[in-house]
Ligand binder design. Structure first.
Ligand code: B3K
Ligand code: ZN
Length: 872
């Protein structure tokens, strides 16, 4: 169990104190064994506080073998040990400021299903130490402001584990008795223990290199399971692109002689930026066109970039304490989003970022776990690797970038690194560097770090036809909650575009800085009322209340300069119809929508952008803009609107579908597929076009010419079959399973498809799949692909009025609580957000949460969320 033994008291940012001791060097010798690995840790410790202080080292699930202090074994009466700490009282410590402690412990990697600390992923050993996993390897000052240089000797069987890896550079290796061997690694950069990593296994190795701007030769090595070498090529290219981008954009070079990435199948999250030795979920490494979709390719590049960028924003400059997590995560997400935007269409990348924010982060910020991007109170740190810290954190950095401009932002980054390289610092340190470099007063801007909730902006406009003055008034309000009684006005950059009604007058674009609760701006230069396009590029993570009629929305869709505004106006129009339909499913949708969609399809613009324009707001995106949601009414509204569009634009949809299918333009293949598959998703709603789904599935999955097979198209066809429960569905699922049963990552997609079938049968299907020979709750990807996919992608049955969907999720969470609390805690998200749903659903969801709260052995991970949800 991960956390049931840990402290049950929350920690507070306000209580931060520097440590009484620090550790300068760590010498680890690790003898690997499945059930009893031995860790010998030699620490040079320096006292920082006064001599009265005891040395308290964190440790969990460890068996202590011996303790030697400055060459003297400590006897049992010289220290205390409990389930989370090793305490050496001041009376057992020397008066000297420096001393050495050698700790020998034993651990059981095989039994470690929480996948924190040292664990087995298949046949390989690997580690995950962020946030507080190192304490499951050895007793240590497990906090990010304790930075030491690590030397690590790994010892293991030489046939089973030919590769023995750790951080830094390899400094020694050799043979030992009993068919064992060892490798010693030294990392010259002082680091917190959360960046420690060790991997041992038998892998295939893809090698390449990179020469940095200053001429350093860096060996690049990607380790994958045997047989998967060809699938690592895309990850390698992505790494090289990321390295070049960080040099060009921020002047940041890599600093060791080697950069290693290991792909493993058992991993709680996407990847981990350990110094010189990234460990990755294989989902974010392995790809070829047969087994990976276009979005898999995109995500792999983004995650590789993200972990690489951490080498500076996270590793060279790290966090003082975990409350500062957004210092490294918000900034690094911003950096990876900028990178992706440059590698691909910046408009489409931005739209996709905003979709994630609106559909998931807004819900988190409105739910019981709402927290500022710099949280103030934490029980289980792993619960704070959230969309708020990451995605809203990135939006906060983006606002700063907007407010001070690209050049000053770069100067701020340079100043930040020159001040803090090699240190553990705070979010305030970062903002102060930005403020000093740009000369901009960011005092009010800092409130973004301490206030939670999505601010609401109300816009009011007035045009005085006597004076031809256009006045825009903006009002802001951040949510009032139990933990936030008196939110202050934030400093919010609002980019606006005023579109003139008159061909002779230029449109105007402005960056407005909203700093007060209510503020007005005046514009001249128009002879009639212009149309306002708000929040260009989505310049701030806010909800906007601004009643615009359909004519204005259509004007923005057609005429705004800013591509985000054009897309957003379309989404608002669609959203207004969804709203009407949830109240009255017989509402007559105006035909102007059909014309607008035909115009989009005919526009001849970027097909990936058109695909985004055509995609309806998802269930979650729509839900985040509603209150008292009747989830069944909302799913019906979405289907009704989609069917109306499909009926009205079928001819044009078919023309576009065929055009994308036939124009095999290599450069635009991804965009072609995006548009083609949106068209297919509409057409598949109409019985007369469902043959296209069968056809596409066949061509993409079962083609005589294997080069024509394509996972994006195959999965798109299957998704249509599963969403509409088409006749061929079962046959296709069976065929797909037979074809891909050896390929783990594709089988994850198969499980997810099964969980997304929109039919009452899904419950029987879910029960069967839990018993499938390839299903295991111990593998996080598998658990997420069945349970997570059901809860996230199948709103109609997850929210089934009988409560069966909620019960299914809660039952699996109860099992996962024992196996892997981190995964359990992630999957509970849709249940704790019950407040946005109609009372009947709330009641059913709450009943499941109450049952979970009564579990014996409830992990801290779940406890924190359940308490927040039920005591709110
Ligand atoms: N820093 C890691 C996340 C660690 C999560 C710990 N529960 C990956 C990343 O953000 O790059
Ligand atoms: Zn990160």
């Amino acid at each position: 169990m991960s956390s049931i033994l840990s402290d049950t008291a929350p920690r507070f940012l306000a209580d931060y104190r520097p440590a009484d001791f620090t550790i300068n060097t760590v010498n680890l010798t690790i003898h690997l064994d499945d059930t009893c690995s031995q860790v010998v840790s030699e620490l040079t410790i320096e006292r920082k506080g006064d001599v009265q202080q005891a040395l308290q080292l964190n440790g969990e699930h460890l068996t202590l073998v011996s303790l030697v202090l400055d060459n003297q074994a400590l006897s049992k009466d010289q220290y205390q040990i409990n389930e989370t700490l090793l305490i050496i009282p001041a009376s057992s410590l020397p008066d000297r400021s420096h001393f050495t402690l050698i700790i020998t412990t034993e651990i059981n990697p095989q039994e470690n299903t929480a996948l924190e600390g040292l664990f087995k992923s298949g046949d390989a050993f690997c580690t995950q130490c962020e946030a507080e996993g190192f304490r499951r390897i050895s007793y240590y000052l497990d906090r990010p402001d304790v930075m030491a240089t690590f030397t690590t000797k790994v010892i293991a069987d030489k046939n089973l584990y030919p590769y023995l890896l750790s951080n830094g550079n390899k400094v020694a290796s050799g043979e030992l008795s009993d068919n064992k061997h060892f490798v010693t690694w030294h990392d010259p950069f002082p680091k917190p223990c959360y960046l420690f990593a060790l991997v041992a296994g038998n892998f295939d190795l893809l090698e390449d290199n990179f020469t940095t701007a200053s001429g350093r030769e860096v060996a690049l090595e990607i380790f994958v399971d045997e047989g998967n070498l060809a699938k690592a090529e895309h990850a390698m290219t992505s790494l090289q692109k990321s390295m070049a981008w960080d040099e060009e954009t921020f002047g940041l070079e890599y600093d060791l002689d080697i950069y290693m990435i290991v792909a493993v199948d058992f991993f709680n999250m996407g990847a981990m930026e350990n110094k010189g030795l990234n460990v990755f979920n294989s989902k974010y490494v392995l790809a070829d066109s047969h087994c990976a979709t276009d979005s898999d390719y995109f995500n792999i590049e983004a995650v590789i970039a993200h972990e690489y960028f951490h080498n500076w924003t996270g590793n060279r400059v790290t966090c003082r304490d975990w409350f500062q997590l957004s210092l490294k995560e918000g900034l690094t997400v911003f950096r990876d989003q900028q990178f992706s935007a440059q590698m691909h269409s910046s408009a489409v990348t931005r739209i996709q970022n905003v979709r994630v924010l609106r559909s998931q982060q807004f819900a988190e910020d409105a739910g019981p776990m709402a927290h500022p991007i710099r949280p103030e109170k934490v029980l289980e740190m792993n619960n704070f690797y959230t969309l708020t810290v990451y995605e809203k954190g990135s939006e906060v950095i983006r606002m700063l970038h907007t407010l001070i401009g690209v050049d000053k932002f770069r100067q701020g980054m340079d100043l930040y690194f020159s001040r803090f390289d090699g240190m553990a610092v705070t979010c305030d340190d970062f903002i102060n560097a930005m403020s000093d470099a740009s000369g901009k007063d960011l005092a009010q801007f800092k409130l973004w770090y301490s206030q939670s909730g999505t601010p609401v902006i109300k816009a009011q406009e007035m045009f005085d036809s006597q004076t031809n003055i256009y006045t825009l008034t903006l009002l802001q309000q951040s949510p009032i909650t139990k933990n936030q009684q008196n939110p202050q006005a934030l400093h919010i950059p609002i980019k606006v575009e005023l579109i003139s009604d008159n061909n002779n007058e230029a449109s105007q674009s402005e960056l407005l800085e909203l700093t007060q609760t209510e503020q007005s701006w005046q514009f001249s230069g128009f002879t009639s009322k212009p149309t306002l396009a708000m929040l260009a590029d989505f310049s701030a993570p806010v909800k906007l209340i601004f009643d615009q009629n359909n004519t204005s929305l259509l004007t923005i869709m057609q005429q705004a300069d800013n591509s985000f505004c054009r897309w957003d106006a379309g989404q608002k129009l669609l959203m207004s119809y969804l709203h009407q339909l949830t109240f009255d499913i017989d509402y007559t949708i105006p035909n102007e929508l059909i014309n607008a969609i035909n115009d989009m399809l005919n526009s001849g613009g970027d097909r990936a952008f058109i695909a985004e324009q055509l995609s309806l707001p998802s269930f979650d995106e729509a839900a985040s803009l509603m209150v008292d949601i009747d989830p069944i009414a909302l799913t019906n509204a979405i289907t009704t609107l989609a069917t109306f569009i499909a009926r009205g634009t079928q001819q044009q949809l078919l023309v576009s579908y065929k055009a994308c299918q036939h124009e095999d333009l290599k450069d635009n293949a991804v965009a072609n597929r995006a548009l083609k598959n949106v068209c297919l998703s509409y057409l598949s709603l109409l019985p007369e076009y469902q043959y296209l789904v069968t056809q596409q599935y066949q061509q993409a999955t079962n083609n005589d010419d294997i080069l024509k097979e394509n996972m994006t198209d195959s999965l798109a066809a299957l998704t249509c079959s599963s969403k509409n429960n088409l006749d061929d569905l079962n046959e296709q699922l069976e065929h797909f399973e037979n074809k891909w049963q050896q390929t783990t990552l594709v089988m994850d997609k198969w499980f997810a498809l099964n969980a997304s079938v929109v039919s009452e049968d899904v419950f029987t299907q879910l029960a069967n799949l839990l018993e499938h020979p390839q299903f295991s709750l111990k593998n996080p990807n598998r658990a997420r692909s069945l349970i997570g996919a059901f809860a996230m992608n199948n709103p109609k049955y997850f929210h089934c009025p009988t409560g069966r969907g909620y019960q299914f999720l809660a039952d699996q969470i109860a099992k996962l609580n024992e196996i892997n609390p981190q995964v359990a805690s992630r999957l509970i998200t849709p249940l704790i957000q019950f407040k946005s749903f109609a009372p009947a659903h709330q009641k059913l969801m709450k009943a499941e949460l109450v049952k979970l709260q009564a579990l014996t052995n409830l992990s801290n991970d779940l406890k924190e969320k359940l308490d927040a949800a039920l005591n709110d």
